[in-house]
Design a protein around this ligand. Structure first.
Ligand code: FES
Length: 400
């Protein structure tokens, strides 16, 4: 008799993961219901909906939602579906609704608090028609450091409790930021592979030649943290890159004369003289990743599962609100250069994830190993896997 889904979910030592969690469609459906419907999901930044009537739309656990700023200044969220016959109220990712959402199908209209305020030819519904029975269905919305999170489950813990040990880091490094650009890419692999990869500092010296050359020895520095409940942190001192080593490597491989100093986004010169920050990668359960490198590249990523073996990564490039135009341009160019699907670092990672997904379809009875790091407590060296074990501890809790 085969092993049941519940045995897969609860089995293992906490230091290994059953391979079927990456390839089994039944487990994927359970993840949608038990994790994505019950966790806080990043949906945007406050500056994107700063005026009454401004809204943004998103998808959580496959369901459409809309977040809008009310006349009273409050952010509210609703399922993005008309109460009449179900049409989506807006398909735009962002916009201004002019104080009301009007469904395009039969013209039902809702105010910014989700109340049904207009029904064309309402008399046909009879005297017993009650508008309040048709108000939009609300969802939870909270913010931290200007970032907006939404939750479908009305009884989830507060955002602060959900973020737990990760909240101070997100507040410290994410405050005073705004979204200045976006990249999006798809890959043929399970959503957890990306999130794990982001918490993994064991692979860069093998996968990313760029990182190995430019940040010599960095992987042996820093620490890997379990942040309860389910989050992780990689943090290490700011390291100034060795451009000359990477340039020499490129020349050797290509046989071409290369002068990286002529490419402005290779250097951190716009930030020279500013206090260097630690470099950190914050992985928030279940699918939100935040990174700040040298205080120069600030990015967040939302991993959107599309199928058990199909995933979209929405990468948002952040800037500081008081950035000069030159700094802003530098941030955008650098992110496009390094992190687009054709970029240097992202292309390496995506290749690794493709290979993992292919390999994991071999159900050889072995488990995926996340065993690195045996110091007691919640902190190990940067190449350890405290962050990944933290994720799977929460994953098991939600999935049970
Ligand atoms: Fe929206 Fe009919 S579906 S008004």
């Amino acid at each position: 008799m085969g092993i049941s889904v519940s045995e897969i979910i609860t089995g293992g030592s906490g230091r290994c993961v059953d391979r079927r969690v990456y390839v089994d469609p039944e487990i994927y459906q359970l993840e949608r219901e038990r994790i994505f419907r019950r966790t806080w999901q990043y949906v945007g930044h406050e500056h994107q909906v700063s005026e009454p009537g401004a809204y943004l739309s998103a998808t959580i656990a496959g369901e459409p939602v809309v977040i809008c700023r009310g006349e009273d200044g409050r952010l509210r969220g609703f399922y993005n579906t008309c109460s009449h016959r179900g049409a989506i109220l807006t398909e735009a990712e962002r916009g201004r609704c002019g104080g009301r959402f009007r469904c395009m199908y039969h013209g039902w209209t809702y105010d910014l608090e989700g109340r049904l305020i207009g029904v064309p030819h309402v008399e046909a519904y009879g005297a017993s028609f009650r508008r309040e029975a048709y108000h939009l269905v609300p969802i939870r919305v909270e913010t931290l450091a200007g970032m907006i999170f939404a939750a479908l489950d009305p009884v989830v813990n507060s955002l602060e409790e959900f973020l737990g040990d990760a909240a101070p880091y997100l507040r410290k490094y994410g405050s005073n930021t705004e979204v200045i650009g976006r990249l999006r890419y798809l890959y043929s692999g399970n959503w957890k592979l990306w999130h794990e990869n982001f918490a993994d500092n064991y692979h860069p010296e093998f996968v990313h030649k760029l990182v190995r050359d430019m940040y010599v020895g960095y992987e042996a520095q820093g620490t890997n943290h379990q942040l309860d409940p389910g989050h992780g942190l990689l943090i290490w001192p700011a390291i100034r890159p060795h451009f000359e080593r990477y340039q020499a490597g490129l020349q050797q491989a290509s046989g071409l004369e290369i002068d990286l100093s002529r490419n402005a986004n290779w250097d951190f010169s716009p930030f020279v003289g500013q206090p260097a920050q630690e470099e950190l990668v914050l992985t928030l359960f279940p699918n939100f990743d935040f990174a700040s490198f040298y205080g120069a590249s600030i990015e967040l990523r939302v991993v959107q599962p599309l199928a058990v073996d199909r995933t979209r990564v929405d990468l948002y490039v952040l800037g500081r609100k008081d950035d000069s135009p030159e700094i802003r341009r530098w941030r955008l160019e650098r992110s496009a250069s390094w992190l687009a699907s054709h970029g240097k670092v992202a292309a390496d990672d995506l290749e690794a994830l493709h290979r993992c997904q292919k390999g994991l379809t071999a159900q050889v009875g072995r488990q995926v190993d996340i065993n690195r790091g045996h110091k007691p407590g919640k902190v190990g060296e940067a190449r350890d896997e405290y962050s990944i074990r933290s994720f799977y501890a929460a994953w098991r809790q939600y999935m049970k």
